[in-house]
Design a protein around this ligand. Structure first.
Ligand SMILES: NC(=O)c1ccc[n+]([C@@H]2O[C@H](COP(=O)([O-])OP(=O)(O)OC[C@H]3O[C@@H](n4cnc5c(N)ncnc54)[C@H](OP(=O)(O)O)[C@@H]3O)[C@@H](O)[C@H]2O)c1
Length: 250
């Protein structure tokens, strides 16, 4: 990696993406912080910061963003949406929306940067999935499968990129109630509620809201992404957060 490196991060309007953009800026990197609706003022002004519009579900938006960004050294696929809902209540259009962002958006962004990485024989793709992929949990069938697919995608991809000195890594965060994740998931969850599962759903929600157990902080994730990007010897899967680390050890 050159002395002055550039990272492109998806989903920087809040949470892990915003924190990761801040960390890379603090470390002296050039940062292309992407958001569906770019907003000034979320990150401090810097001549090393560019804000670009990007919706990972939109092929034209991806093409425009990657072209405008120019050469980059690292891609962090962080954009994602949650869903905690019973399968029976979740229409296929919702399933598709979750996969469009979490799974196909990640794959599309990865494909968009691979030519430059391969030609330069350098670069790293870091995909942010989730520690829920380490253990089956109720009401998470759709969300977990959208992220587990990214785990499999990334692990296979890493092998085919090795001959070109291009790396791919995974960051698996635990539960982080401090981000906008729950609020952003709410519209899909309300649309996917099912009367027969109402009591069960309430008990699961109560467990999810419990803050007495260890949780993950945005800084845990930004540090894990930093390691994945900058340490060539970082493991394939990096847990982020105390709860994720405990799950990974089991
Ligand atoms: N919080 C948790 O408990 C948790 C745990 C494990 C893993 N994760 C994963 O960590 C990542 C970040 O989550 P977070 O907790 O930081 O949640 P967050 O605060 O909701 O941030 C998610 C980001 O993704 C963006 N996004 C959503 N759809 C997009 C699209 N189609 N194109 C581009 N950007 C899009 C959102 O932008 P807008 O402002 O445009 O909506 C937002 O910036 C996600 O992939 C999530 O699945 C979260």
């Amino acid at each position: 990696m050159s002395a002055i490196s550039t990272v492109l991060i998806t989903g920087c309007s809040s949470g892990f993406g915003l924190e990761t953009a801040q960390l890379f800026l603090d470390k002296g990197w050039h940062v292309v912080a992407t958001m569906r609706t770019p907003r000034e003022g979320l990150l401090p002004r810097s001549d090393r910061l560019r804000l670009l519009a990007l919706d990972v579900t939109d092929a034209d938006s991806i093409q425009r963003c990657v072209t405008e960004a120019g050469p980059i050294d690292a891609l962090v696929n962080n954009a994602g949406v949650g869903l905690l809902a019973p399968v029976e209540g979740t229409g296929l259009s919702t399933v598709r929306e979750i996969f469009e962002t979490n799974t196909f958006g990640t794959m599309a962004m990865t494909r968009a940067v691979l030519p430059q990485f391969r030609q330069r024989r350098a670069g790293v793709v870091v995909n942010v999935t989730s520690s829920v992929t380490l253990k089956p949990l109720p009401l998470l069938a759709v969300y977990t499968s959208s992220k587990a697919a990214v785990n499999a995608f990334t692990e296979c991809l890493a092998l085919e990129l090795e001959p070109f000195q291009v790396r791919a890594r995974l960051v698996l965060p635990g539960r982080a109630p401090s981000t906008n994740f729950g609020d952003n998931a709410r519209p899909h969850m309300e649309a996917s509620a099912h009367q027969a599962y109402a009591d069960f759903t309430q008990s699961v929600f109560a467990a999810v809201r419990n803050t007495a157990t260890p949780v993950t902080y945005a800084q845990d994730v930004s540090q894990a992404v930093w390691r994945a990007v900058t340490d060539p010897h970082a493991p394939m899967r990096i847990a982020a957060g105390a709860d994720a680390a405990a799950l990974m050890q089991n």
